[in-house]
Design a protein around this ligand. Sequence first.
Ligand code: PEP
Length: 285
Amino acid sequence: MIRPMRPVIVAGNWKMHTSPADAGELAVTIARRTDERDVVRVLCPPYVCLAAVRDALAAEPAGRDVAVGAQNLHHEVAGAYTGEVSAPMLRGLATWTIVGHSERRRDAGETDALVNEKIRRALEVGLRVILCVGEQLEDREAGRAEAVVRDQVAGSLRDLETVAPADREAVDGTEGTDGAAAWLTIAYEPVWAIGTGRTARGVDAAEMAGVIRRTLGELGFLEGGEDVPVLYGGSVTGATIDEFMAEPAIDGALVGGASLKPDEMAAIVARAGLTARARAGASPR
Ligand code: PEP
């Protein structure tokens, strides 16, 4: 059976860092330092920096292939939700969004059911989704990591297996792609590895990518989920990316702290580019 070739993706989550005054310049610097056509690059600045990053990247030749993503969105379209941002508000500002990040699950009590609603709102406006899943340290130590991640994937993606984005025009980089791969990327992010300087082992991340894809298959996703990119996230740097890109099941990284550092992003994307070219060379297509 010929497997679909998955893109290699490096997404940067800037979290609550940068300001509208400096975000554009940082985005351009990163775009120039990571000018790698074989890697899909996405930068996710804070909401208030989206416009600055979008405009700066559009004005920079090396920036035009860098996509802009939001870090979150609200599960309702509009209403009395002070301080929130809805999917329609992101139109024209972002083409991707992160959902279900563990910091939101932790700080805002986001559940899989809520994440499922958010994904629906994202798809209604054609946003590509990076769904974050990952176990706590005590889950891993108790041998529950697979079950936790399986439940997160199943709960977050319930009844979405046949859904296509409403606005295919707005979904970038997915020409000719059928099924969920047109809108879905999953980031396996063990919570104990996020912002701690501690990473999972490459083999463990690959095993969890297998769990994620098997779950997609059980849910009825096309291709048994084999075409959906799975990223690793958790203290990825230029020094730690190699172990993950060496795993055929892993298709790139969701990078937090290091995504604010152009040197780190340059090293991460360069390593990802090696994998992208090696896979393209090895692909039967
Ligand atoms: C993240 O924010 O998704 C993340 C993986 O953070 P860090 O790389 O800093 O661990």
